[in-house]
Design a protein around this ligand. Structure first.
Ligand SMILES: *[C@@H]1O[C@H](CO)[C@@H](O)[C@H](O)[C@H]1NC(C)=O
Ligand SMILES: *[C@@H]1O[C@H](CO)[C@@H](O)[C@H](O)[C@H]1NC(C)=O
Ligand SMILES: *[C@@H]1O[C@H](CO)[C@@H](O)[C@H](O)[C@H]1NC(C)=O
Length: 303
């Protein structure tokens, strides 16, 4: 008898615990949501001013960033790059160019350029190495002062020691006379990027860190770190986010629009707009589920 009585009680406890642990999942399966904006893309958090799709985030940023086929992409006139991380506190992001050279793989690559009016700038800590340049390249012109002839040469030596250089038709440890590390202290920052065909170089490698070991190019951190303009956040957007919505835009004039999690868009916030998840409805639904679970446990216990 004891045993028969305890089994259903144990089962009910599991049901109650499930309902308590997964209230959001439970709600999502009950209410069909028209979720147009998402807060992640693969594993990267997507927050304002970025948006996961058109109509989400700030309109200026939506021209450059979108979530497509499971990756967060950064697009410019020169190409499409993958965003590997975003740091919202320092307003910076790391992008990787699939055609860029690294120690393990070098290949002919295109240019990296930013549109002049873009809200992004290339961060100063980036090192840009041009590899496989023609001897007549303008970067080697006397008095051009384009290439770093000091510590930059160590970066060239490191890259040219990699097996990957075979990908651009060189032998490992080939002379570094066809390599140039861009020197921002002389020529100024790379505001708009590097146009490779014009510079007569096969490829480029961007390094944003040495991974704690400057002597081992396999450990270097390859990618381009960019700063984004964080001054687009507004009180209207904060009000929308506080109500559980995503800041976005709509219409031909790309006016501010708050996109609520149930698919409704408003000019202000999501409070009182249907069953916005973070509004009072969430609490009502949670309470219903909890009371429901409790009643169920009473019914089962009586059997
Ligand atoms: C950032 O954007 C604001 C608003 O468009 C603009 O006024 C400001 O000049 C920009 N800042 C930089 C550093 O580009
Ligand atoms: C949800 O999406 C469907 C089709 O995508 C659309 O017809 C419907 O109006 C949307 N619902 C709301 C509440 O926006
Ligand atoms: C909501 O979205 C629809 C369709 O995208 C758009 O026509 C309408 O202007 C939007 N409303 C607001 C308040 O943003």
């Amino acid at each position: 008898m004891m045993l028969l009585n305890t089994i259903p009680i144990l089962l009910t406890h599991n049901i109650i615990i499930l309902l308590l642990i997964h209230p959001l999942h439970a709600i999502q399966s009950i209410i069909p949501l028209n979720n147009t904006c998402h807060n992640t893309c693969s594993k990267i958090p997507v927050k304002f001013p970025f948006g996961s799709s058109f109509g989400c985030g700030h309109p200026i940023f939506s021209r450059y960033i979108k979530c497509a086929s499971g990756t967060l992409q950064f697009s410019t006139a020169a190409g499409i790059y993958t965003i590997s991380s975003i740091d919202y506190s320092t307003k910076s992001l790391i992008i990787t160019d699939p055609l860029m050279s690294t120690c393990s793989s070098m290949q002919n690559s295109g240019s990296f350029t930013l549109d002049r009016a873009s809200p992004f700038t290339i961060m100063e800590n980036n090192i840009f190495a041009l590899v496989g340049c023609s001897r007549t390249s303008p970067v080697f012109e006397r008095d051009a002062g384009f290439c770093d002839t000091g510590s930059g040469l160590n970066v060239c030596r490191g890259l040219y020691s990699c097996r990957g250089v075979e990908g651009i038709g060189l032998e490992p440890n080939a002379p570094i006379s066809t390599c140039c590390v861009y020197d921002p202290t002389i020529s100024g920052g790379l505001e708009s990027g590097l146009a490779l065909p014009k510079l007569q170089c096969s490829s480029y490698s961007a390094i944003y860190g040495f991974g704690g070991d400057e002597g081992d190019p396999m450990k270097w951190e390859y990618g381009i770190s960019l700063q984004f303009n964080g001054s687009y956040y507004s009180d209207a957007c904060k009000n929308c986010e506080d109500s559980g919505g995503f800041c976005g835009f709509s219409g031909l004039d790309e006016a501010f629009s708050c996109k609520c999690q149930n698919g409704v868009n408003t000019t202000s916030n999501c409070y009182g707009r249907g069953y916005a998840l973070s509004g009072s409805w969430r609490h009502k639904i949670q309470t219903c589920l909890t009371i429901g679970g409790f009643l169920l446990s009473l019914i089962v216990a009586f059997f």
